[in-house]
Design a protein around this ligand. Structure first.
Ligand code: KG4
Ligand code: ZN
Length: 330
């Protein structure tokens, strides 16, 4: 089966063509980072306009690169949320128009299901599993007992981890998106700055606004006193503390739910400090991490999630689980 997928929830316009679940024939990603960089973050109105400018070209390039005729496409999958509403609408309308013009079915896919399924592009998933979702908008621990079945064990009670990374980077003038820069600098420094304890209680929730404010105050106080900040050391201290709590709570979930596999998902899954800590500390179960190019937003991950959602729907028509939509659980 050949499927076309579309992702436009934030600042990447992307279309992918996938054959039989995980054979990626093309995955075109048009990033708007250069446009938003000058504002220090994504400007929603500009993002929608950029999607409109790029979407037709991205559709055409994805189909051409896949080397197929558009008549061969049998299903369309599109990110339906969460994300920036104006940005989502561009992708959804383009996907609907394509499906309508070609007389094929269209289905909406949850953005986080896409991030989770980026792991299934090159690896077989084994259940039960725990997935740590770490992105610009989400920080969650998810339990999956079977394909396309998501139970949220805990989540951030305030900022998402990617948001905290970007804010810390901005505070010390490192540019946007700051996550990858903080990650790189962290390896050049030592964790010498004292950070607050962010482990919270005996649960699976997270909180990153306290450590974010701590870093902001630390930098402002130093500026007022004319003191130098050692930026690599500050990045190392921040990274050490946040990755510690992410791995600590992941291990707790792995043990409690006695799972066969652990994986990570989302833009911050590209973080080398997090990957290193996971490989050192999570040794009792199989660990899978997505390829770097599938960590940040792309349509291939939406396509593979769409494929499994479609398979599930064949056996479970109303997509319901204990009276709740599967997607509401994410
Ligand atoms: O998943 P994503 O592309 O977008 C959302 O769905 O939110 O994630 C983007 C986030 C940004 O906050 C970016 O700074 C962060 O992922 N990020 C990183 C790294 N690479 C991307 N954060 C820390 N370390 C990295 N290497
Ligand atoms: Zn994302």
């Amino acid at each position: 089966m050949i499927l076309l997928s579309v992702e436009s929830s934030c600042d990447e316009t992307s279309v992918s063509i996938i054959k039989d679940g995980n054979n990626i024939l093309s995955n075109v990603v048009l990033s708007q980072i250069d446009v938003h960089k000058q504002y220090g973050g994504v400007v929603p109105e500009i993002a929608s306009r950029e999607h409109i400018k790029g979407i037709t070209m991205v559709f055409e390039e994805a189909i051409e690169k896949a080397g197929i005729a558009k008549e061969e496409i049998e299903l369309v999958a599109v990110t339906m949320g969460p994300g920036l509403i104006g940005s989502l609408l561009v992708g959804i309308n383009a996907a609907k128009a394509f499906a309508f013009a070609n007389g094929i079915e269209i289905m909406g896919v949850h953005h986080i299901a896409g991030h989770i399924y980026a792991n299934a592009i090159s690896e077989e998933l084994e259940f039960p599993l725990i997935c740590l979702v770490v992105s610009g908008g989400h920080t969650e621990l998810i339990l999956m007992k079977e394909h396309y079945d998501f139970v949220k064990l805990g989540e951030t009670t305030d900022d998402a981890i990617g948001e905290a990374y970007d804010k810390v980077a901005r505070t010390v003038g490192l540019g946007y998106p700051g996550g990858p820069i903080v990650d790189r600098l962290a390896f050049e420094g030592n964790p010498t700055y004292k950070m607050p304890n962010i482990k919270l209680g005996d649960n699976y929730n997270f909180s990153f606004s306290g450590i974010k404010s701590h870093v902001i105050n630390l930098v402002h106080n130093a500026t007022q006193r004319n003191e130098e900040i050692n930026i690599p050391d500050l990045c190392a201290s921040f990274q050490e503390t946040v990755t510690d709590v992410l791995v600590y709570k992941s291990i707790k979930a792995i043990k409690e739910y006695n799972v066969k596999m652990f994986m990570i998902a989302g833009g911050v899954a590209a973080n080398k400090g997090l990957r290193k800590k996971i490989s050192e500390q999570i040794t009792s179960v199989r660990v899978v991490v997505p390829e770097f190019k599938y960590c940040t937003d792309n349509a291939a991950m939406i396509g593979i999630a769409g494929y499994y959602q479609y398979q599930k729907r064949k056996t479970d028509d109303d997509m319901s689980l204990n009276g709740k939509s599967r997607l509401d659980l994410v």
